[in-house]
Design a protein. Structure first.
Length: 301
């Protein structure tokens, strides 16, 4: 499946459908603030669409609570979009459990779950890459990439990155003579799921291809390399000005951890903020939702 054509016009869906963004949740209040900002950004792109935030852990409300409230408000159906950059445990297990629990507690409104907003089926969404590029552009000399990440026909809506193992980055890139850095670390949260880590590596390959510089992954926890190890490897390979791209949807402890680790190795010249409410990410959320077909009647998840 590839990302469908996108639109920032009024919703093609009827106003009896609501959108529930499901974040992981954090004790750090910055994370909830970022999720609410993304909710506002999505709603601004789709006037009339009811967009609400929910959280799997720590913060509230929980997704089931939001679904129950939407049903009570008279909505005919809902779409849940996991605000996850990998399809690891939370996407594969927790999200279906959300619907199973809601059904067991009496929810009758039809609802469906979209794909995560990170890569899946071997495709790194153009809009995800555009969000990373634009955040990097906020802290480096990388210029605005006009047109990148806009609506594409289905066959070109994503970057099918080759496997990262043993892969040399592309040299052509996007034609920027000197963006202010000569290598990038894609800083991510980390996971024990090897398949999920593979999708992060795919995103790093795709980002490096676009920029025409080496790009390697670093993790805050659960897996190697650390930020310091990733930076040290790039410096050993000859890089001298390293930028950090934040593969995070919100700030928090894990983002801070991997960034501080990377800085400790020296050579870091710029650190991009998390994606949060980047317009490209808001458009990607809508794209994921638009790809979902909600059943006409409530089905067991």
């Amino acid at each position: 499946m590839r990302t469908p054509p996108l639109s920032t016009e009024a919703a093609p869906r009827t106003d009896d459908t609501a959108l529930v963004l499901v974040a992981h949740g954090s004790r750090d209040p910055r994370a909830a603030n970022a999720t609410r900002a993304l909710v506002r950004a999505v709603a601004a792109l789709r006037p009339g669409l009811d967009v609400r935030a929910s959280y799997l852990d720590h913060a509230g409300p929980r997704p089931g609570e939001v679904l129950t409230a939407l049903e009570a408000a008279g909505y005919a159906r809902a779409i849940l979009v996991p605000l996850l950059l990998t399809a690891a445990y939370h996407g594969r297990v927790d999200m279906p459990e959300v619907l199973r629990t809601a059904r067991a507690e009496g929810l009758r409104m039809p609802a469906a779950i979209s794909e995560v907003i990170g890569p899946f089926d071997g495709v790194v969404p153009d809009l995800l890459l555009a969000g990373l590029l634009h955040r990097l552009g906020e802290v480096t000399d990388l210029p605005p990439l006009h047109g990148y990440g806009r609506a594409h026909p289905p066959e070109t809506a994503g970057h099918r990155a080759p496997e990262a193992e043993g892969r040399e980055p592309a040299k052509a890139g996007i034609g920027v003579p000197d963006p202010g850095f000569d290598a990038v670390v894609l800083a991510a949260a980390g996971t024990n799921d090897a398949t999920a880590r593979g999708t992060v590596a795919q995103a790093a390959v795709a980002l490096g291809d676009l920029l025409g510089v080496p790009c390697t992954v670093a993790y805050a926890s659960a897996s190697a390399p650390t930020g310091a190890e990733a930076v040290a490897a790039l410096r050993t390979a000859g890089a001298r000005r390293i930028a950090i791209a934040g593969y995070f949807l919100a700030p928090g402890r894990l983002y801070d951890t991997v960034v501080e680790s990377a800085r400790s190795a020296g050579g870091v010249v710029a650190v991009a903020p998390p994606l949060t409410d980047a317009r490209d990410i808001a458009r990607l959320v809508l794209s994921r939702a638009d790809a979902v077909t909600v059943p006409s009647t409530a089905l067991a998840a």
